[in-house]
Design a protein around this ligand. Structure first.
Ligand code: HEM
Ligand code: HEM
Length: 192
């Protein structure tokens, strides 16, 4: 509808922030599932193909998160709902910042991991272009370190997303306030 706002207002998220949120949310949930599956499949060929998909999807997520942060910086920040208690405001701000930080660090650590790998496997992004390796030292010790970091960040991310989703569901079904609704319905041109 034409009275939807593209930009955020002090009261709510605009269409662009909402589209970014849900596109990234779907991709991230798929990416976590893919990551956990691909390290467990026995078939080497299938594992290789899944890892190629994982790397491509991870870079797409990294690009979207950077664009999303730029859009966020260029927009007003919607104020927390007045009904929230002080600890809820502080907790949600902290979790949102941590989500951004972890979802920047996670794909970057994956990129460093494949760059440090002694196997030197190329990354063909969605079969379209070759991703350059980052200028980091190539060694088994380095690869082991970056693998451990990528894995730890992935598990931290899973914990953060779980808390975030449970909080959203609590607001919607228990407190019955407008927190989830404003991430579904864009702010209107005619705010009260
Ligand atoms: C938001 C983006 C990403 C998420 C959520 C994510 C998540 C994961 C998860 C959950 C695993 C399995 C961890 C385990 O249980 O061992 C994994 C493994 C892996 N990821 Fe990612 N990842 C992301 C981005 C990337 C990127 C951009 C790359 C490379 C360009 C990458 C390369 C890898 C590799 C090579 C492994 C296998 C590590 C091993 O051999 O154990 N990831 N990732
Ligand atoms: C699929 C389940 C998800 C639900 C139900 C959900 C729900 C919400 C809701 C209701 C808000 C608005 C909070 C407010 O107005 O204060 C929000 C914001 C946010 N969500 Fe999610 N979310 C989900 C998945 C994710 C995932 C996977 C991420 C990972 C990056 C994420 C990152 C964020 C961030 C960073 C914000 C803050 C936006 C900003 O103000 O810049 N969400 N989410």
């Amino acid at each position: 509808m034409s009275d939807f706002r593209f930009r955020n207002t002090k009261e709510g998220y605009g269409l662009v922030a909402i589209a970014f949120h849900w596109a990234v949310a779907v991709l991230i949930l798929g990416q976590i599932g893919l990551g956990l599956t691909m390290v467990r499949v026995a078939d080497q060929r299938l594992a290789f193909n899944l890892i190629q998909w994982h790397k491509s999807l991870g870079l797409l997520i990294l690009t979207l998160i950077v664009l999303r942060l730029l859009w966020r910086m260029a927009n007003p920040r919607p104020l927390p709902l007045a009904s929230l208690r002080r600890w809820e405001k502080a907790a949600s701000t902290a979790v949102h910042r941590l989500l951004y930080a972890v979802f920047l660090a996670l794909p970057l650590s994956g990129w460093v991991l494949v760059s440090a790998s002694v196997l030197g496997i190329p990354t063909l992004v969605f079969g379209l272009f070759l991703l350059p390796h980052l200028p980091v030292g190539v060694s088994e010790a380095g690869e082991t370190f970056w693998r451990l970091l990528h894995r730890s960040l992935a598990y931290t991310a899973i914990a953060l997303v779980t808390v975030h989703v449970l909080a959203a569901l609590r607001h919607h079904f228990i407190l019955k306030d407008g927190v989830l609704r404003r991430m579904l319905r864009p702010a209107r041109r005619t705010e009260p």
